[in-house]
Design a protein around this ligand. Structure first.
Ligand SMILES: [Ca+2]
Length: 492
């Protein structure tokens, strides 16, 4: 190596090192895929067994009213990792990735911030949406990208669904051993990273589990936790969509995920609910393995832990399975912080956003605050769970469809002006749409003031689950094809 280059390297290492204070906290960043509020500590399903996440929540602060910024993997993760709303970036579909969008191609992401500051940074499993990052761009995000195995595939599908089906639409007891499941291997990779993380600098280890995203495969013993004979189905109201606008269907006009009607006709509703719960418990056990490894490393007391899911999941509620909606089933997610600077045994009911994770981690690790992020640090609520917070949680799906969630209300406004309003304190299942009742006009107006002022059109290259609406012609286009005003709603 020639001398000038070596000097440059030494100087940049010193600069990076100088940003790190002594005893700067580590970060363990745990992502879950498609996990709704069926977590013991959140009580979304009375039978859900998640002792490890519940234990983490007890050791830190649980946000019981946390919401994603988009009810879909890529836009949700892109928002969390850039700290920008989907309505700021125009990232609404499964494509494009952030480095392919003008607004975000040079934006410094959450992982990049820690990498640049001199942390040892490592990712395994699903952190960014699969395929959204080109290999050449990966090194700027994390020092190391570990394994990210998928779920694998049993010899033949379990679920009795109409063909052709999406290969992910399946659920059942498989593989035979925990060790052969992708999420077990992802936990093992995170454990090894924690064991070998350099001692002379802080670490940022990101571990992204794939369950309970479909296919919901887990070994039989996890299904045995939920005997079919006593399994409870989620509460559902027959005819629940009679008071939701037709536009609400456009957000999920055609999905790979089967509708409630198909699940019932095929006898698959109970098997899906059971497999989702089994998958959640299996994933929770992997979280437990990673937390045990952190404890064994001796660095737990200096480590901020954050655990989150990218969005929720419907299992028959509102007549569908899947996500792509602006109701609580899709937006409500687990969010837990633990470690230095975080109150233990606390539950905050303030509405908060996944967007807040980025500024919160900067705050908890003593890194400089950033003025180019849309979120707000949760440090006040991590000190005192009921600390006030003015802003509600805001979720967006596709251009100009937004929902505002406060402690009492859920307000939705679609691109064509259609609205929904729920008093979630008396109607937690969002069964009675109050938007048409004149008594609530002032309530709607007050909530509507939170609708994002920046409303980016879909970024060039947007694809998969993309809906557009032209307010002049009233034309609705779902995934590139016009939808007629009287087209029957697809019910398969
Ligand atoms: Ca997801």
């Amino acid at each position: 190596m020639n001398v000038p280059l070596r000097s440059v390297l030494i100087v940049s290492c010193l600069l990076a090192g100088r940003l790190l204070a002594a005893n700067q906290p580590n970060v363990l960043f745990i992502a879950i895929d498609d996990q709704n509020d069926w977590i013991g500590a959140l009580g979304g399903h009375s039978q859900a067994k998640t002792p490890n996440i519940d234990g983490l929540a007890k050791s830190g602060t649980l946000f019981a009213n946390a919401h994603c910024q988009a009810p879909l993997c890529n836009p949700s993760r892109s928002s969390l990792l850039t700290g920008l709303r989907p309505s700021t970036t125009g990232i609404y579909g499964l494509a494009p990735g952030i480095r392919d969008v003008e607004r975000t191609k040079n934006h410094v992401t959450l992982p990049q911030t820690f990498t640049s500051a001199g942390y040892f940074t490592y990712a395994c499993g699903k952190i960014y949406h699969d395929g959204s990052f080109k290999p050449k761009d990966r090194g700027a995000e994390f020092n190391e990208w570990g394994p990210s195995p998928g779920p694998g595939r049993p010899p033949k599908p379990f679920a009795n669904l109409p063909e052709p089906r999406h290969p992910a639409m399946d659920w059942g007891p498989w593989p035979a051993r925990d060790e052969d499941h992708g999420d077990y291997k992802i936990a093992t990779a995170a454990i090894e990273a924690l064991q070998r993380a350099p001692q002379d600098k802080p670490f940022f280890v990101a571990c992204g589990f794939r369950l309970p995203h479909v296919p919901c495969y887990a070994p039989q013993k996890w299904f045995d936790l939920y005997p079919d004979a006593t399994l409870k189905l989620p509460p559902m109201l027959e005819g629940d969509r009679q008071d939701t606008p037709r536009f609400s269907w456009y957000l999920h006009w055609k999905l790979p995920e089967p509708r409630l009607q198909t699940l019932r006709e095929r006898g698959e509703l109970r098997p899906l609910v059971r497999a989702y719960l089994a998958s959640t418990s299996f994933m929770d056990a992997q979280v437990g393995r990673v937390l045990a490894a952190l404890e064994a490393s001796g660095r737990a007391k200096d480590t901020v832990i954050v655990l989150w899911s990218d969005h929720g999941y419907h299992l028959g509620e509102k007549e569908i399975s899947g996500k792509n909606t602006l109701w609580d089933r899709s937006t409500h997610v687990p969010l837990v912080f633990a470690g230095p600077g975080v109150s233990a045994g606390a539950v905050s009911r303030r509405p908060v956003e996944l967007l807040d994770i980025f500024p919160t981690l900067l705050d908890l690790t003593g890194m400089p605050a950033r003025s180019d992020l849309d979120g707000i640090s949760l440090r006040p609520q991590l000190r005192r769970a009921d600390a006030p917070r003015e802003r509600p949680a805001i979720t967006t799906h596709n251009h100009d469809n937004h929902t505002i969630r406060t402690e009492r209300w859920r307000y939705i406004k679609y691109a064509n002006g259609a609205e929904e309003l729920y008093d979630v304190q008396v109607d937690p299942n969002e069964w009675k749409n109050l938007a048409g009742d004149a008594a609530f006009t002032a309530t709607k107006t007050a909530l509507a003031k939170w609708l994002p002022k920046v409303n980016a059109k879909p970024a060039p290259g947007s694809a998969n689950r993309i809906l557009t609406y032209d307010p002049v012609t009233e034309e609705v286009i779902w995934e590139g094809k016009p939808v007629g005003k009287n087209d029957p709603i697809p019910m398969f």
